[in-house]
Design a binder for this molecule. Structure first.
Ligand code: ADP
Length: 162
């Protein structure tokens, strides 16, 4: 059986914490489908969806078991459309739990057949969030240990031409 899981998120931008979750999921599943949230008027993003997707594709260029797709509608509708009924999310700290629990239960309400599976962040990545990385980069801090090279380059460039 081809076991697949969907990892949804904004990935603005992808960090080493996300990558760790994806690599660990690949030990349990045959394929990880990364579902990247489309651009939204309500939530401003640092990078548009094309850039967020390209950066993820660049990271996993050699791994045919990672697929990247943009989603604009409900996650459960996307899951149904690709025939996958497991959603992956990461938990870094207790502070993530409340939101993640609410999200998982809302998705369960909308589509009872879909399960959410959580992987806890590896200890060395618990403090990494995309928003914190953006802030450190904007202030000129060293982000080389927090994100892949392509992302570090994109963040540096975007800080010169915001
Ligand atoms: P969203 O905007 O939907 O929260 P993100 O792109 O910020 O999406 O994150 C996607 C998922 O990855 C979330 O479940 C988030 O908790 C998890 N995540 C983010 N950073 C890390 C990390 N450093 N370690 C483990 N999981 C993480």
């Amino acid at each position: 059986m081809n076991k697949q899981i969907i990892y949804p998120g904004t990935f603005d931008p992808i960090t080493n914490g996300h990558i760790d979750i994806i690599e660990r999921a690949l030990l349990l599943f045959d394929r990880v489908i990364i579902a990247v949230a489309a651009d939204s008027k309500k939530n401003a993003r640092k990078f548009d969806s094309n850039t967020r997707i390209s950066l993820i594709r660049e990271v996993f260029i050699d791994n045919p078991n990672v697929k990247v797709q943009e989603i604009s509608g409900l996650l459960v509708d996307f899951a149904k459309s690709v025939g996958v009924n497991i959603i992956l999310r990461g938990l870094r700290a207790v502070s993530d739990f409340e939101y993640e629990f609410q999200l998982a239960n809302m998705n369960k309400h909308l589509a009872p057949q879909i399960e959410t599976l959580f992987l806890t962040a590896s200890e060395k990545y618990t403090y990494i969030s995309a928003s914190m990385v953006k802030e450190v980069a904007a202030l000129g801090g060293d982000i080389s240990a927090l994100v892949p090279k392509a992302v570090a380059k994109a963040l540096t460039l975007s800080n010169y031409c915001p």
